[in-house]
Design a protein around this ligand. Structure first.
Ligand code: GUN
Length: 280
């Protein structure tokens, strides 16, 4: 068996085209504010990619770049100013923040109505209650890809590797909301391959390059690779793609799988936030 390679780049582009059409129908452009603190190289690439994609979709996007040593109170003041600015529909604070900053405090400062990353505790609660209007972009992107290859997710056994606040935890909630049977695993899980081998759907988001091997995967499983690491100058995921493609029925590549979907979902969330705030 050779797996279907899920083309996240193409699917994300289609979603962005549809969103651009929708945005054209509104009298005001949505506005996304991106706060970036410090000079983390990867963060710089991510925020510029987000801005480029937003502008191409007809969404105004401004990057507020602060120096690495900016005091926490100054970052909070900027977020408060963006909260009060009625032109701003969505605010994201690019993570990771520098070590001297309390990340939770900054994220909780964002108004819920503008929290398009959905990282605030109240947004996480809404997700687990299955009443969220929008949720975190990366796991939303994963659900969108899964629905394309697996029209009914109900009853499927989904195994998630990784328990981060950004991916693993919201991923588990979303799969549960789709009526999957969900198993969460992480770095302390004993005998991980025995568990992953039971998965109909395997979502890997642990940041360990090529961790998942062929003998970890059930024949015909759908495997989604959220990992992205640089090894010998090359981007690789958490799944050994060449091995796993021989057993999976469908698999995402890295790059070109989940990554582009994250941006498309962030833009969708920004439009949703605008519609909710402006009662459109
Ligand atoms: N850092 C890594 N992923 C993300 C994301 O989805 N949003 C933000 N704000 N920071 C990130």
């Amino acid at each position: 068996m050779t797996a279907l390679v899920i083309d996240g780049k193409k699917i994300a582009q289609q979603l962005r085209n549809d969103l651009a059409q929708e945005v054209k129908s509104y009298s005001k452009r949505p506005y996304l504010a991106v706060v970036w603190v410090g000079d983390n190289e990867a963060s710089g690439v991510y925020v510029r990619n987000k801005q480029k994609a937003a502008l191409e979709t007809g969404i105004n996007c401004k990057i507020y770049h602060l120096a690495e040593h900016t005091p926490e109170q100054e970052i909070i003041s900027l977020v408060q100013k963006l909260n009060r600015n009625s032109a701003v529909d969505g605010i994201i604070v690019q993570l990771p923040l520098p070590k001297h900053v309390n990340t939770r405090k900054i994220l909780e400062t964002i108004y819920s109505s503008k929290d398009v990353d959905a990282f605030k505790a109240v947004k996480v609660g809404e997700l687990w209650k299955n009443i969220a209007r929008w949720s975190s972009a990366t796991p939303e992107g994963v659900i969108c890809l899964l629905k394309m290859v697996c029209p009914s997710l109900a009853g499927k056994h989904a195994v998630v590797i990784g328990r981060s606040d950004i991916v693993g935890k919201p991923m588990a909630a979303m799969l549960l909301n789709e009526d999957c049977t969900v198993t969460m695993t992480h770095s302390k899980t004993v005998d991980l391959p025995t568990i992953t081998k039971m998965a109909d759907i395997l979502v890997v988001a642990c940041g360990s390059p090529k961790l998942v091997k062929k003998n970890w995967v059930k024949k015909g499983a759908v495997v989604i690779d959220v990992g992205i690491s640089k090894v010998d100058g090359k981007l690789v995921g958490d799944v050994d793609f060449d091995e796993v493609k021989e057993v999976a029925s469908a698999l995402t590549p890295v790059p070109g799988g989940v990554g582009p979907m994250t941006i498309a979902m962030l833009l969708k969330n920004t439009v949703e936030a605008m519609k909710k705030r402006r009662k459109l």
